[in-house]
Design a protein around this ligand. Structure first.
Ligand SMILES: [Zn+2]
Ligand SMILES: [Zn+2]
Length: 178
């Protein structure tokens, strides 16, 4: 029997170059989740993580078993769709159904949350929000300032770089021909 430590430097370097950081990894997952959204007004994806583990995911769409916006149309009240459950709410609902605590978790979400989601996120025990796109909401911004002052939640923006995403996709599927 022979035992050796073997390191293929070339392969290791390639992996180091193409390995997503944690922020990239979780935001890419949130983006992928958003592809499942069914409200044409905005496609949002979210993933709750803690200690590097994924706890729950969610995207915006009709309640389970009910008709989707893309099939029967949005239910618009005061300019907002009231058929779709928001992605952040679905993360919390999934965790509730599966008996998973979100206490101390970080939420990666493709868009800045609305005020209802923001308040639910706080009460679910989520301690950090990482969003990719700004989606202006004055009420959220006011509540956020207070929550930050009181040390209840942290928030930051993280944008995926297109060049990095291209690198990941090429690593997975080979070169793309434009
Ligand atoms: Zn809708
Ligand atoms: Zn919302």
């Amino acid at each position: 029997m022979s035992v050796e430590i073997f390191l293929d430097r070339e392969k290791a370097e390639r992996i180091q170059r193409t390995r997503p950081t944690k922020d990239e990894y979780f935001m890419l997952i949130a983006k992928l989740v958003s592809l499942r959204a069914t409200c044409p007004r905005l496609r949002v994806g979210a993933v709750a993580v803690k200690d590097g583990y994924i706890l729950a995911t969610g995207y915006n769409g009709a309640p389970r078993g009910m008709d989707h916006c893309i099939d029967v149309g949005c239910l618009i009240v005061d300019g907002h769709c009231h058929r779709a459950v928001h992605a952040e709410q679905n993360v919390i609902a999934m965790a509730a159904r599966k008996g998973i605590s979100l206490e101390g978790a970080t939420l990666y979400v493709t868009h800045f949350p609305c005020d209802t989601c923001f308040k639910l996120v706080l009460n679910a025990g989520i301690k950090e929000i990482v969003y990719e796109e700004m989606y202006p909401n004055e009420a959220t911004e006011i509540l956020l300032r207070e929550a930050q002052d009181k040390g209840i939640v942290k928030i930051r923006q993280f944008k995926l770089s297109k060049e990095r995403v291209r690198l990941f996709l090429e690593e997975l599927f080979g070169e793309f021909v434009d």
